[in-house]
Design a protein around this ligand. Sequence first.
Ligand SMILES: Nc1nc2c(c(=O)[nH]1)N[C@H]1C(S)=C(S)[C@@H](COP(=O)(O)O)O[C@H]1N2
Ligand SMILES: [Mo]
Length: 263
Amino acid sequence: MSGIQLTRRGLLGLGATAASSLILAGCDQFDFVGERDGQVRKILEQANVMTYQVQRRLIGAQTLAREYSASEIRQGQRPNGSTDPTTPDYLALKANNFADYKLKVTGMVEQEVSFSLDELRNMPARSQITRHDCVEGWSCIAKWTGTPLGPILDMARVKPQARFAVYHCYDNIQKTLSGDIIYYTSSDLIDAYHPQSILSYGLNDQVLPVANGAPIRLRIERALGYKQPKYLHTIELVDDLSPFGKGKGGYWEDTGYDWYGGI
Ligand SMILES: Nc1nc2c(c(=O)[nH]1)N[C@H]1C(S)=C(S)[C@@H](COP(=O)(O)O)O[C@H]1N2
Ligand SMILES: [Mo]
């Protein structure tokens, strides 16, 4: 922290400034934060840890996100980010209407498990009408239907040392000279086991469309849009996020977005 001294209050204040600039920057690259060694970035990262701790203290582990009534659904869920992935694996699955899709649970579990779409659709389901908030500044109220994630993790028997779930997706969100960057994000286990965390295959009483993450898209209802992974194929239980991407727990998180991303 060479030369810059910040009080706890100062850091929280900066967190608020960062959040409002994120709203302006939307889902686009947040350039100056992308400089990995910048002083601003270091301060932001410490503010992220602080935001997480403060938010976790303010909101109970099981507190539900607000649910709405059907009359409050005003428009379809606006597709954003990747809307039509072009990775070979995804194209092959899509060509066969996802008949060969498997959702896998791997990493720090006693028993790796995988489920086909039919298996997921035949498990107990939950529907919820919630509001999706994108940092770009728009929101959509939509009805999501899917199977709760908690019981799926229980089938894999998560090891006690696991601290995070990493959500691996099929889409190449960004193409670079050194290859495609694949979307991923992560959560703690409180959010993974939260009763509204569902592996959704239904949107507004229809089959989840490709534009919104078919065949499976996780909802983590107390978090911002970028924590709602579409085109999900693997949930990996880990005790450390640093081996993935640039080490910050997600594609957008790697560019400087808050890891917890709470609303
Ligand atoms: N795999 C994947 N998941 C993703 C994204 C993405 O580009 N790829 N974009 C995120 C962002 S920023 C938002 S706002 C929502 C958009 O979801 P929607 O297209 O269903 O509205 O998905 C999130 N999850
Ligand atoms: Mo977003």
